[in-house]
Design a protein. Structure first.
Lengths: 101, 213
């Protein structure tokens, strides 16, 4: 039987993207700085992967101001949540197959 | 993709979901210690109320027409001091142990989660505290034990969304205990000792065994 690698979402190939999506699955919104702290990454790295997810329409960006400081928050879209669930399903299937082999 | 990789992947997802949505640095050991402080405090209070009080015979002079009202003010003061000491000791212990655990778990002690946790805890605690204070001023001493248990339980239930589910069950137990205490006036200190002492020790050790190590 063929291993369904093609079902794994390319957008989640990167560990950081997968983690960003995981955070947005359990939190309605999450801001840039808290994400950076949680995932222990750099501004540039985080920003580029957020851009990538935004391009896939998996997340939406909300820009707002807290006083004079910009406060950018991110939210997962329905499309993104569905993609994440399918990705998890694919991972689950992979594990099951490896147990059989 | 290797099996090891998939497991790493899943572990990363799980850890980040947990760390981003739950304050997992709450220390179980501090719950156990808070319970022990509360039991010691309750014992001191018991001795103050039942031993240091002027002998009961003081009130027996009713026959002579002179009623001595026992002077409770020094006992009240002693009880307030004991409660404050227990509270401060528990808060300090909780803060230190939680800070250490947060460092170990790589979670910010003063972040989104701990702020939400404290905020949702504070609402029932402050409203309950104010209510108890008002009733105390009006002389309803009996309300202290049941109301403090019930409002403390409500604050735990309302904060439990941001931390371990065990906290919710501890809160529900406190509420139930508070309601029972309300039905049995006169046993306030006993229920207080069970709620703040025994239950904290039980749930604290469960949390310690499951999450602290």
């Amino acid at each position: 039987m063929k291993v369904p690698f093609e079902k794994l979402d390319k957008a989640f190939e990167n560990r950081l993207r997968l983690q960003i999506m995981s955070v947005l699955m359990v939190n309605d919104r999450y801001d840039f700085n808290s994400l950076k702290e949680l995932l222990e990454t750099t501004d540039g790295n985080l920003a580029s992967h957020l851009k990538g997810l935004e391009k896939e329409e998996y997340i939406v960006v909300h820009k707002a101001f807290l006083g004079r400081k910009p406060n950018t928050t991110y939210e997962a879209t329905e499309k993104g949540k569905e993609a994440f669930r399918q990705h998890l399903d694919a991972l689950e299937k992979l594990i099951k197959q490896q147990k059989i082999n | 993709m290797e099996e090891k990789n998939i497991h790493d992947e899943l572990a990363a997802i799980r850890s980040v979901m947990e760390r981003s949505s739950k304050f997992i640095s709450l220390s179980g050991l501090s719950g156990v210690l808070a319970g022990i402080y509360a039991l010691v405090g309750a014992a001191v209070a018991y001795i103050a109320v039942y031993n240091d009080a002027p002998p009961y015979t003081d009130n027996e002079v009713v026959g002579s027409g002179v009623t001595h009202t026992r002077d409770y003010s020094f006992i009240t003061l002693e009880l307030i001091v004991v409660s404050i000491l227990v509270l401060v000791a528990s808060l300090v212990t909780g803060f230190i142990l939680t800070r250490n655990k947060a460092k170990r778990k790589g979670q910010a002690i003063w972040g989104k989660l701990s702020q939400s946790l404290l905020f949702y805890m504070a609402i029932p605690l402050i409203s309950g505290g104010a209510l108890i204070f008002i009733f105390l001023l009006r002389g309803y001493y009996g309300i202290v034990a049941p109301a403090s248990l019930i409002f403390y339980g409500l604050s735990l239930v309302s904060a439990s969304n941001f931390t371990f589910t065990l906290v919710k069950y501890l809160g529900l137990c406190e509420i139930a205990l508070g309601l029972i205490a309300a039905c049995l006036p006169g046993y306030g200190l006993l229920f207080w000792a069970i709620g703040f002492g025994v239950l904290h020790i039980i749930y604290g050790s469960m949390m310690y065994l499951r999450y602290d190590r």
